[in-house]
Structure formats: structure tokens, C-alpha cells
Write a protein that binds this ligand. Structure first.
Ligand code: SAH
Length: 354
């Protein structure tokens, strides 16, 4: 592949924000190897971020409330098949106490994330959502508890949930099959995302960067899929191996590719909510700051009690597992400030929803 960047019509159309074909997105990803083009994309990403969000960084208080999971995703440390995972689930009181702490720290969005844990029935989750929304009517509530049927998502929406995070993980069937057992299906995962959109959630999709078997072609298909779905949030972070999974010895994704994709996504979706993820901060001590500087506008500090945090062990060497919520808040506020941005206390809805 030639690395010299010659401005062409695909590049121009991309920079104008047009929707491209998979082939054309692949061309754009190839062009990103040319420093001149990559820089142009980053500069535009920074400009667009500034136009719509100024220096603001939104904060989401993450409550990882269970690591039980009925699924067996090959890359994930809390997959059902991992006998070494030390399982926990928080009770309602503990979850509500995390929310209380988060509220006091100024967070106005809570994210309830967990494995697909059948102990938390549809009704139990609905009742949790209701309680949190009743206590903090000024806060947004995001769920991230995997694949369910449309009626379940409807019930949770009616209970007050505002947003839902469900990374599609990969848009290509062959790649999906490399990462998941045959009991799971990409078609169902995509259906879930479309149902969530239909039900009026602000929806987050996304993928790991550098996951086993990922190619540029796959990534181009991910970009195209995201254009079709038009999510309000996009979560991407580097794949990081976990020692108790099939991919224990697989190499991790890279910080540089993640940063490039963040800027590509900002150009494609100028108003999207785009976190600088914990995985990015795990591979590079300044990873999240760098993420903010190329287009990210969200961070997701952890509110879970420290003794449980280390058990929500998706990948090796996850950062912040020893710090309590207040310490994470101070640390992140300082990091954001040093990166030239400002942590704000606001729900931080997608501009299209505000
Ligand atoms: N059960 C929920 C939450 C999954 S955990 C769901 O299915 O949506 C949240 C995200 O962590 C996953 O979507 C996946 O993209 C990411 N993740 C899992 N294992 C990882 C690993 N080894 N490295 C990096 N990210 C990982």
C-alpha cells in the first residue's frame, strides 16, 4: 500500500462528513497511514469537537454491579467458562449507595453495567432503574447489561432508563464467529441495537480496536455499520488480553490505532458522545488524555466499591482498581484539566436529545 497522500475525492467526501461505502472507508483507513492525511483528520476532529462541545468533558459514574455472565465471549475475563473468575453481585443497597456517592461527587449520569446475569431478572432491573430515577430525577440512567428481547428493553425504558450501551463488537459475521461461541449471534446483537433505537433510548455501539482477527476491512465494515445505526454514543478501546481466556497470548491493540479511530469517528459523527476509555488508559498512562485531545468528550470513572472492582476483570492490568470513587474523581478532574479540558457536572445528553 502506497503511503503518500494525494488528496482525492474519497478523502474529500470523508472530510465533508458524507457517508461512504465499505470499500471507501477501507480506503480512508489506508490513507490514515499517511501522516499528512492523519493530521488533517485529527485537526478536523478537534475543530468539530470544539464546535459542538467546547472544552467540556462529560462524566459517567460507572457501577459494575455483577460479574456473573451467561455468555462465553472468548476475549472477556468474566466469561462464563472462566472458572478462576471470583464472582460477585452487588445488592440493591450497595448499588444505591454507589449512586449516592456519585451524585455527591457531581455526576449526573449513572451507568449500570454487568455481565448477563439472570439473577437480575427483568423486574429486578426495572425496579432498580425506578428507584435510582425517583431519587435522582435530574440524572440520566444508562444500562449496559447485554442482549435481551424487545419487551424487556421496553419495560426498562418505561421504568425510566435513558440510554443503553451495547457494543456491536464487530460488524462482520466471520469476525464475530472468531470472537464468540455458536450460541451467540451477530444478527441478534444488531437487532437489539435497532430495537433500542426504536424504543427511544440514546444508544451506544462500538468495538475493540485490535481484537483477534480484526482486519482493516472489518474496521471499514464497523464504520459503515455505525453510519447505518447512527448511535448517540460510540465506545471503542484497545483489545487487551486476559490471562484466563483463549486469547491470553494474543497481542493487545495499540494506542495509536485507537487514537486514529477516535478522530475518524469524530469526523464521521461530529455530535456523538465518545468516551476516552479505561482500556486506553490501561495501555498508556496518558491514554485518556490523548483520547480527549483527538476528539473524545466523555470519561467513565468507576463508582463500584474497591473490593469488588478488581473482580470486574475484563482484561489484565485494568487501572484504578485500588482507588475509591472520590480518588478517581480527583485524579480524573486533574487529568482532564492538564489535558486542557474541563470536567462538567451535567447529564450530557446527545445534542439531538437535549
Ligand atoms: N455484558 C455487557 C457488558 C460487557 S463489558 C455487554 O454485553 O454489553 C463491556 C465491554 O468491554 C464489551 O462490550 C467489550 O467490548 C469490552 N471488553 C471485554 N473484554 C475485553 C478485553 N479483553 N479487552 C478490551 N475490552 C474488552
Amino acid at each position: 500500500m502506497k503511503n503518500d497522500y494525494v488528496p482525492n475525492s474519497t478523502a474529500d467526501r470523508f472530510l465533508r462528513g458524507e457517508t461512504l461505502s465499505v470499500d471507501e472507508y477501507e480506503e480512508i483507513l489506508n490513507l490514515m497511514a499517511a501522516p499528512e492525511f492523519a493530521q488533517e483528520v485529527t485537526e478536523l476532529a478537534v475543530k468539530l469537537r470544539k464546535k459542538y462541545f467546547g472544552k467540556k468533558v462529560y462524566v459517567r459514574g460507572l457501577i459494575e454491579f455483577t460479574n456473573y455472565c451467561r455468555n462465553d465471549c472468548y476475549y472477556c475475563g468474566i466469561r462464563r467458562g472462566n472458572r478462576h473468575a471470583v464472582r460477585y453481585r452487588m445488592n440493591e443497597e450497595e448499588i444505591l449507595s454507589c449512586a449516592r456517592q456519585g451524585y455527591e461527587l457531581g455526576y449526573r449520569t449513572f451507568v449500570l453495567q454487568g455481565g448477563e446475569d439472570p439473577w437480575f431478572s427483568t423486574d429486578k432491573i426495572a425496579s432498580l432503574v425506578e428507584k435510582i430515577k425517583m431519587t435522582y430525577p435530574d440524572c440520566a440512567l444508562t444500562l449496559s447489561v447485554g442482549e435481551h428481547d424487545k419487551e424487556t428493553y421496553r419495560l426498562w425504558k418505561e421504568a425510566g432508563a435513558d440510554r443503553y450501551l451495547l457494543r456491536h463488537e464487530t460488524a462482520k459475521e466471520e469476525h464475530y464467529r472468531m470472537l464468540h461461541p455458536s450460541s451467540m449471534s451477530l444478527a441478534h446483537r444488531k437487532n437489539c441495537l435497532y430495537w433500542l433505537k426504536e424504543l427511544g433510548y440514546q444508544v451506544g455501539a462500538g468495538f475493540m480496536v485490535g481484537s483477534p482477527g480484526q482486519t482493516r476491512r472489518n474496521l471499514a465494515a464497523d464504520l459503515r455499520f455505525l453510519k447505518e445505526l447512527e448511535p448517540e454514543m460510540i465506545g471503542i478501546g484497545p483489545f487487551i488480553p486476559h490471562h484466563d481466556t483463549c486469547f491470553a497470548r494474543h497481542e493487545a491493540g495499540t494506542v495509536s490505532q485507537t487514537l486514529q479511530l477516535l478522530s475518524v469517528l469524530r469526523v464521521m459523527f461530529p455530535q456523538v458522545l465518545l468516551p476516552a476509555t479505561t482500556a486506553l488508559g490501561t495501555l498508556d498512562p496518558l491514554g485518556r488524555e490523548k483520547g480527549l485531545q483527538v476528539g473524545a468528550n466523555v470519561v467513565m470513572p468507576n463508582l463500584s466499591p474497591t473490593d469488588q472492582r478488581k473482580k470486574y476483570d475484563l482484561y489484565d492490568n485494568k487501572i484504578c482498581v485500588g482507588d475509591d470513587a472520590a480518588k478517581c474523581q480527583d485524579c480524573l478532574a486533574l487529568r482532564i484539566k492538564n489535558a486542557g479540558y474541563e470536567m462538567v457536572s451535567a447529564r450530557g445528553d446527545h445534542p439531538g436529545f437535549a
